[in-house]
Design a protein around this ligand. Structure first.
Ligand SMILES: Cc1cc2nc3c(=O)[nH]c(=O)nc-3n(C[C@H](O)[C@H](O)[C@H](O)COP(=O)(O)O)c2cc1C
Length: 258
């Protein structure tokens, strides 16, 4: 028996969930949907997708990754999806079910889990994040148990209006959205931002990050910078920072390269 979980993460929440599920599945590999690849020749018994909700939908990169996957050889696998979101997942699960349905695959299980909201470009990091982190962490074992038991829990039908509107907006806005990122004199050129970016959008040039207009707005660069030297416009300087306490910088970076 073999399993695989494809995940996407900026600040580690979804890697925390993916790791916990992986620990309980037979021979389970974790692959980042950022820089990782899907091997269409492998056959799996469990195939999972774990990712954040962005703008009530899937991150663009997740849509692209899953749309391009060939799953012919694993059609009989148990397919599951989990979105570790801030609380409002919109069509993030139903839109995935639809992508799979178009490939002739049924998504057997879909569930959202409310975690710490990390979109620091939009709001300040909540003082109660440690408490919210703990509540989310306590919910993970029940979720894992449902998946290992191959529970059937469909996503339902996608709301087409919400799906179209929430998938068009990021396409129009996000590619240019890294124009708003700036780097302060506190930058030491350590390259953490380049390594944590799951979209490979950041390249160090002359010991400073340069942004290449393929940004998912995941906030990894802002949140993980050890000097708080990366900011979004003038909005994030005093909004605090958040990264998932159970995920180390090292493992997030290693995962990005898996
Ligand atoms: C660009 C962006 C958009 C987001 N949009 C939503 C949203 O529509 N609904 C929601 O519940 N959370 C939203 N969030 C919060 C994340 O889904 C949530 O914090 C998630 O757990 C982060 O996962 P990660 O730590 O794996 O990156 C958004 C975060 C970002 C960065």
């Amino acid at each position: 028996m073999k399993s695989i979980i494809y995940y996407f993460t900026g600040t580690g929440n979804n890697l925390q969930v993916a790791k916990k599920i992986a620990e309980s599945l037979p021979d389970c590999k974790l692959v980042s949907m950022g820089k990782g690849r899907h091997d269409s020749n492998e056959v799996y018994d469990y195939i999972g997708f774990v990712y954040p909700t962005y703008a009530f939908n899937l991150p663009r990169r997740v849509t692209q990754f899953i749309s391009e996957m060939s799953l012919e050889k694993s059609k009989n696998a148990y397919f599951f999806a989990v979105t570790g979101c801030g609380g409002a997942s919109g069509v993030a699960l139903t839109a995935l079910a639809k992508i799979l349905e178009n490939k002739g695959i049924t998504l057997n299980f879909a569930e959202k889990i409310s975690m710490v909201s990390n979109y620091v470009a939009m709001y300040k990091m909540n003082e109660r994040n440690p408490e919210k982190y703990q509540i989310a962490t306590d919910r993970i074992p029940a979720l894992v148990q449902k998946i290992t038991a191959k529970t059937q829990q469909p996503a339902g039908k996608v709301n087409e209006l919400l799906n179209v509107s929430t998938s068009i907006a990021p396409k129009l806005i996000f590619p240019r959205k890294d124009k708003g990122f700036n780097v302060s004199d506190a930058c030491t050129g350590c390259g953490t931002c380049e390594a944590v970016c799951p979209a490979a959008n950041i390249v160090m040039k002359n010991k400073k990050p340069s942004f290449n207009h393929n940004c998912e707005q995941c906030m990894a660069c802002v949140q993980w910078c050890p000097k708080m030297a990366i900011n979004y416009k003038n909005k994030t300087q005093s909004r605090g920072r958040y990264t998932n306490p159970s995920i180390s910088l090292k493992e997030l970076i290693e995962g990005n390269n898996s």
